[in-house]
Design a protein around this ligand. Structure first.
Ligand code: NAP
Length: 199
């Protein structure tokens, strides 16, 4: 599959590495923007507050299948929307999903060490199911459907529970997914305090 990732940091760059290993053709686009008209799927992995600017900077995204991986930490979604994913859909008019916003990017290179295939949530449009589930599996995750795109805000808020679980300690069966400092890094990203590399 031809995939374009907007944001080539921890998430965009990390997923690009995984998907390239799986045989996909990935174009990595940073804040300078670019042309995604060649891509079958566009993955948005920029700081949550930069969603509008990121979309402004790309050409050819109309009607594309988009996966929104952003989180809104300490910032609101664009005015009139309850989530970045719904904002994306309003801009592109294409099949839209939210996925890859919960699992820590710092663990991408340890997915294969897990005792069982880790799950990864996605919510969004049925027309995008095949694409988002394939990209989940090809990254090493078992996709778990979390409802229609209207659930994107709830899926974003679920991250608060993940942070709390990580900070409060996990049961033994989950210990391999514990990463004490990464939650802090994710919290700092959208405030601009992080170096953006999550470690
Ligand atoms: N880190 C995690 O574990 C994790 C997990 C799930 C979801 N998330 C979410 O995923 C998103 C990306 O996180 P990350 O950790 O990958 O961040 P990151 O490492 O800081 O990478 C951010 C990327 O976004 C680009 N960018 C910044 N401002 C932009 C703008 N105005 N327009 C276009 N591109 C812009 C940067 O471009 P340059 O390369 O040009 O600087 C960089 O490539 C965030 O919304 C975060 O909350 C993070």
């Amino acid at each position: 599959m031809k995939v374009a990732v907007l944001g080539r940091g921890n998430v965009g760059g990390g997923l690009a590495d995984l998907w390239e290993t799986g045989g996909h053709e990935v174009t990595r686009i940073g804040r300078e923007g670019g042309d995604v008209s060649d891509a079958e799927t566009v993955v948005v992995a920029v700081p949550g507050a930069a969603i509008a600017e990121a979309l402004d900077n790309v050409r050819g995204i109309e009607r594309k299948t988009v996966i929104d991986a952003t989180n809104l930490i300490g910032v609101d979604p664009p005015a009139g929307f309850s989530s970045n994913a719904e904002f994306v859909k309003a801009r592109t008019n294409g099949p839209t999903t939210k996925s890859f916003n919960i699992n820590f990017a710092a663990l991408y290179d340890r997915i294969q060490e897990a005792r069982s295939t880790p799950s990864n949530l996605w919510c969004g449009d049925e027309e995008a199911r095949q694409v988002v589930e394939q990209l989940n599996r090809d990254a090493g995750y078992e996709p778990v459907y979390a409802g229609p795109l209207e659930n994107a805000a709830v899926q974003g808020n679920f991250l608060k529970l993940v942070f709390a679980i990580n900070q409060g300690g996990l049961a033994d069966s989950f210990i391999e997914w514990r990463l004490p400092i990464n939650s802090e890094s994710m919290l700092e990203e959208d405030s601009g305090a992080s170096d953006g590399h999550g470690d």
